[in-house]
Structure formats: C-alpha cells, structure tokens
Design a protein around this ligand. Structure first.
Ligand code: LLP
Length: 437
C-alpha cells in the first residue's frame, strides 16, 4: 500500500506527520485524510456526470456517521443513506438536505417512520409488509406523500464474508423476487395514493471486488421491472444497486478503481434499458466503505511488549476491539506501520494485541515491522469504515477522538469520550425506592 512518507521516514497524513497528531490529540486516534474522502466521492459522482446519466450517489452513513463527515459528503454532492433515527438525527443536525436522505432498515419502528415522514426525507426504502402498513398509516395521518423504493433480494450471493451477505434470498432484508413476495408488495404499495413507488433497490453484500455480481443483480431487477411493465404498465424511474464496493485493507486485496465500478454499472444498466426497451432509470448507489474506508488510519501507542521465545512477540496497544471490532468479528485483516520508522526494514514479526480483557482482542497477527519499542506510535491503515461506527465502551474504554486532516491542516471533529460521559446515564440504585407495580 502507498503511504505518504517524508524525508525523515515519518508517516504523513494529508501533509501532517502522524506522530504530531498522536502527540497533539492523544491515542487511540482516528485520523481521516479529507482529500481522499473527497476524491473517493468524486470518482463515483464524476463518472455518472461524464456519462450524463442521472444518478444519486448516497453515502451509507453506517460506515461512519458524524456531523463533519456528513458535511463533507454534502459538499461533494452525495446523497445520504441512513438506517435509524439516530443516523437521521445526525444528518439533520449536520444540516444535510432532507430531500437527499434515503432511509433503510429491516425493522423501522413507528417513531422512525413518523420522523422520516415529518421531515419529508427524499425516500424510504421499504423492506417488509409490516412496514408498508405502518408507512401507509403514518402518511394518512400526516396527510403526506413519500417516495419509496422496494428492497428486493435478487438471489445473488456476493463472494465475501458470510456475516455480511445480504443479497441472497435467505436473508432478513427485503422481499424475495422468486416467490412472488416482491410483486405482492409492489401491488400493495402501488395502490396507496400517498406512496410514490419509484423503483427497486438491492444490496448484494460488502467488500466486493468484481463487477459481475452487480451486473447480475441489475439483470434480475430489470427482468422484474420488464414483467411489471408488461403486466401492470408500471415504469420505474429509479434502480438502486446498493453499496459494497471493495477497498484495500492489505496488499492481498485488489479492488477495482472506484470509477470502474460506476463504469460497469452504467454500461450494464444502459444495455439492459436497450435490451428491454425500458426507459433509462436513474441509477442510485450507496457506497459506505469505499468513501471513507481507506481514508481512515488509527494511531495507537505501543505499551507492553511480550516475547514468548520461539513462539511469538505480542505488542499491546492502547486500543483494540473497542475501536476496531472487525478482526474479532470477521477475522478481518489489516496492515500496520510504525509512524517514525517508515524507512526502516520490517525485519521482525509481531502480533498486535488490544487492551481488552479478552484473548480474542487481537488487531493483527504476525505483521512485519521494524524493531518495536514501548512508546512507538503504531498506525493501522484503512480503518475509516465500520471502525468508529462500531466502537464500544467494553471494559469502559473511552471512544477515541476523530481528527480530519486536509492540505496540511488538522481539526478535531469528534471529541474523545470522557469518563464523565461514560457514567452520564448511570443512576444509583436505592433499595426500597423502586416504583411499585
Ligand atoms: N446499502 C445497504 C443496504 C447496506 O446494507 C450496506 C451495508 C451499504 C449500503 C454499504 O455497504 P459498503 O459500501 O459500506 O460495503 N460491518 C460490516 C459491514 C456491514 C455492511 C452492512 N451493510 C463490516 O465492518 O465489514
């Protein structure tokens, strides 16, 4: 992987020595290269513009949601995918334009739907029959209309980790196409005067490197839309192919350039529109990881170094599974470097342990590094997606701070959690003072 290194052999992030950031803000620290985020967004946005294809590139904020990142996403012309009231609230606080917000979720509750309708967000991606009933009732009560997409499972299995497969039919998400459920949902939605049925949505999985899965999914959606056009004279104006575009965590990962994914999707949808003589719909996508993943680096400070002769050397850092659960949860692989020793040969093997009281709290097994000493700053790369977003307070560790760096300037955008924050919601228990039933 290519990293910015200065003449002294220091790791630089967007023009600032990583070590300086670690000193200034403390560790563990999430650092985002904002230029990189903007370039990732533009790789998608520009490609659609070049082809002159109407599109919405929605940032899947589940990958990392905070006021600052949503502001940058908006500046780069992205729409927004939210999956909960919390993500919607964050978007509203960040001043994200409501009409560009799409809401997902396989179990949206009445409060979430009421809030989405009250704010007149751009679109709800409807996931199940119960939700159609809730949405109909809320729209009637608020005397409003709402654009919707139907989420369908096209039966495509992306070649990725089992836990993050979502496009196959045996899934908690969406309506499956083959049993007729999607059609039943379509007819329900279509007969509701307050619901504008804009089209179909699918998401076939995450960290996908090839384009054929997306192309097959688009084919399934078009076959369905073609049938509905023949049978019900219905024409969709939107086809949403979800997110899941792969990124590089380690040298072994060989994703495409981001514009190549967009390229392939546009070509496929254009071809299908010709093949089925179907009016060209807008293409919507929802990348999360591809926007922020490689733009994020986590900085840690090395604490103890434990050598077990002839077995292994463990180095423990001041974070771990509480700021990056992905190695423990998915066996995800990462690369690391010592920020001040970028030009020194990586001659030793180390295993990087987190700080939690849990043997499974390992960030990386057997990574080659120069000689590690207590106090070194260790950088773990490509941690920008699903790192902070899935952080926890296990063992009552504080969630780290987040810093944005652009053109040699750094800015704190999420404060480090304090111990007061940690006990803020706690109440003391007083025996005999509870409410009686
Ligand atoms: N759209 C939908 C409907 C999704 O379910 C997801 C991710 C995305 C878009 C964005 O996918 P992305 O482009 O970020 O791959 N925690 C896991 C990933 C779970 C993804 C869930 N859905 C991880 O750390 O790898």
């Amino acid at each position: 992987m290519n990293h910015e290194v200065n003449e002294q052999g220091q790791l630089m992030i967007a023009g600032v020595p990583a070590k300086e950031l670690a000193h200034h803000y403390g560790t563990p620290l999430f650092v985002y290269d904002v230029d990189r985020i903007r370039a990732n967004a533009q790789a998608f946005v520009r490609t659609f513009e070049e082809y002159n294809v109407p599109a919405q590139v929605a940032y899947a904020s589940k990958a990392f949601s905070s006021t600052a990142i949503l502001q940058v996403a908006h500046q780069e012309g992205l729409s927004l995918d939210v999956v909960s009231q919390g993500e919607l609230h964050t978007a509203l606080e960040a001043g994200f334009p409501v009409e560009k917000i799409h809401m997902h979720g396989n179990n949206k509750n009445i409060q979430e739907i009421e809030m989405a309708v009250r704010c007149s967000i751009g679109c709800i991606v409807v996931d199940n029959f119960f939700e159609i009933e809730l949405l109909s009732a809320v729209l009637k009560e608020q005397n409003k209309t709402m654009d919707v997409l139907l989420r369908v499972t096209p039966g495509i299995e992306a070649h990725t980790h089992d836990y993050i497969l979502t496009g196959q039919e045996d899934s908690k998400f969406g309506f499956d196409l083959s049993s007729g459920q999607a059609e039943e949902a379509f007819l329900k939605v279509k007969e509701d005067p307050n619901i504008q049925m804009k089209g179909l949505h699918c998401h076939i999985g995450s960290q996908i490197f090839e384009t054929d899965g997306f192309q097959m999914a688009a084919q399934r959606l078009f076959r369905t839309l073609h049938e509905w056009k023949e049978t019900y004279y219905y024409e969709a104006s939107v086809v949403n192919l979800g997110g899941g575009f792969g990124i590089q965590y380690t040298e072994e990962d060989q994703p495409l350039e981001l514009d190549q994914y967009a390229h392939a999707l546009i070509k496929e949808v254009k071809a299908l529109s010709r093949q089925f003589d179907y009016p060209m719909p807008e293409i919507w996508i929802e990348p999360g990881r591809a926007i922020v993943g490689e733009a994020g680096t986590t900085l840690y400070t090395v604490g103890s170094v434990k050598n077990i002769p002839d077995v292994r050397t463990y180095i423990s850092v001041d974070g771990g599974m509480t700021d990056n659960i992905r190695p423990a949860l998915y066996n995800a692989k990462y690369e690391a470097a010592l920020t001040e020793k970028m030009k020194e040969p990586a001659e030793n093997k180390y295993s990087i342990a987190g700080k939690c009281c849990e043997s499974g709290d390992m960030l990386i097994w057997d990574v080659a590094l120069p000689a590690v000493e207590h106090g070194d700053t260790l950088a773990v790369f490509s941690t920008g997606a699903y790192g902070y977003a899935m952080a926890s307070n296990y063992n009552r560790f504080q969630k780290p701070a987040v810093v944005f760096v652009e053109n040699g300037e750094h800015q704190l955008v999420v404060q480090r959690e304090s111990y007061q924050d940690m006990t803020r919601l706690d109440l003391s228990y007083e025996k005999g003072k509870g409410k009686e039933k």
